[in-house]
Design a protein around this ligand. Structure first.
Ligand code: C2E
Ligand code: CA
Ligand code: CA
Length: 378
């Protein structure tokens, strides 16, 4: 475990150290590059491919047998290698790297710290994940994203805010919902670039949305974003660029971010709040961690996950959680936002039980900016 600023310095040193150790094994006429995140690609030219490459893989892995020292830490490294060759015809030069990637995931799946050779029978699911990741990289470069907005209403049905929900406008597959690419982007670190785009776009749209009569725009944040030194600075710059007051923005984070490194998260939330942003805990009730932290957390609202709203008026077992959250929130004096409200019965029950705000298909589905503005003005 390393603290915030030390964490970054160690991260940089690890990459540097890794690059040096890899470079020491790569012949001058071959190529070593960083592929992004903590991945490196080596392109090597060989005669008797198999033997030489296996030897190289062993040599590379051996580079990670010894730890290095950073300040008073001892840092151990490990590596996993995927190997692909061009003995099967390639449709595209990048396919070689894609294949190596598939092989690397297979090596990881088998426990890591080893190498694996690509074969075409490797899990097709894995191939499509790797493919999706490559396409996501293109999507980031070409900004194939769009922000949809979903209104949040009060008990009387008046819109009070909107939540920004990202969509990937895939050139062949049409709109891809975040559930199908955000988890992947979080695993690969690509979420950082996407998050930057989302925040920027939301700030750009905020003045128009506020002019349509709402008070706030909510933006979903990923845990990884809270490990960047420049998070607060970037936020302040974007706010300035678009003339947005921090009071107009709500940061939504899911409850499970507190399961790991809760002290760091709590500290970051305090900083965001000091800047003037509001904090909402998303999917509240689905994790177990945050109830114990709730009194330490600088939060303005709790969003009750839609799984607890479904059929709430029938007072089934899952609705006990929603009722519990409403009671806790009232005692702590924070707002509650029910998510995924689909029926009038659900809405009426929530109003009766003092839920302050609601969001769901009953009121409005997430839509592009223009349609949202129209809905707000109706
Ligand atoms: P979330 O933050 O819980 O967002 C609410 C999800 O519920 C949205 O799905 C929304 O379309 C859906 N929803 C709203 N009302 C109803 C309803 O009445 N019934 C049903 N069945 N569903 C409803 P969406 O847009 O697919 O987003 C899924 C998740 O992806 C979000 O869950 C959020 O965790 C994540 N996400 C979306 N945009 C971003 C983003 O910009 N950054 C990050 N990090 N995550 C995002
Ligand atoms: Ca959310
Ligand atoms: Ca949610």
């Amino acid at each position: 475990p390393v603290n915030d600023s030390l964490g970054h310095a160690v991260g940089d040193r690890i990459l540097e150290e890794t690059a040096e150790r890899l470079q020491s094994q790569i012949a001058p006429h071959d190529l070593l590059g960083r592929f992004g995140g903590d991945e490196f690609v080596a392109i090597v030219h060989t005669q008797k491919a198999e033997h030489e490459v296996v030897q190289l893989a062993h040599n590379l892995l051996a580079q990670f047998n010894t730890p290095f020292h950073f300040e008073d830490l001892e840092v151990s490294l490990s590596a996993t290698i995927g190997i692909a060759d061009n003995s099967e015809p390639l449709q595209h030069p990048l396919e070689l790297i894609q294949r190596a990637d598939v092989a690397m995931y297979e090596a990881k799946r088998r426990g890591g710290s080893s190498y694996h050779w690509y074969s075409s029978d490797l899990d097709a699911g894995m191939q499509s994940q790797v493919e999706l990741r490559t396409q996501l990289q293109e999507a980031i470069q070409q900004q194939q994203f769009e922000l949809f907005y979903q209104p949040i209403v009060d008990g009387a049905g008046h819109p009070v805010g909107v939540e920004a929900l990202v969509r990937w406008k895939h050139p062949q597959r049409g709109y891809i919902s975040p559930g199908d690419f955000i988890p992947l982007a979080e695993a690969t670190g690509q979420i950082i670039a996407i998050a930057d785009w989302v925040f920027e776009q939301a700030c750009k749209d905020t003045p128009t949305l506020l002019a349509a009569g709402i008070e706030s725009v909510s933006i979903n944040f990923s845990p990884l974003q809270f490990y960047r030194d420049d998070l607060l600075e970037n936020i302040e710059h974007a706010l300035q660029r678009y003339g947005v007051k921090p009071q107009a923005l709500v940061v939504e984070i899911t409850e499970n971010v507190f399961m790991r490194d809760s002290q760091h998260m709590i500290q970051m939330l305090h900083r965001l709040r000091k800047l003037g942003l509001s904090i909402a805990i998303d999917d509240f009730g689905t994790g177990f961690a945050s109830l114990s932290y709730l009194n330490q957390l600088p939060v303005d609202s709790l969003k009750i996950d839609q799984s607890f709203i479904r059929g709430i008026e029938q007072a089934r077992r899952n609705s006990a959680i929603a009722r519990g959250v409403l009671t806790i929130a009232q005692e702590l004096g924070v707002k509650t936002i029910a998510e995924g409200v689909e029926t009038e019965a659900e809405r009426d029950y929530l109003i009766q039980h003092n839920c302050s705000q609601m969001q769901g298909f009953l009121f409005c589905r997430p839509q592009p900016l223009a349609a949202t503005l129209q809905w707000l003005q109706e």
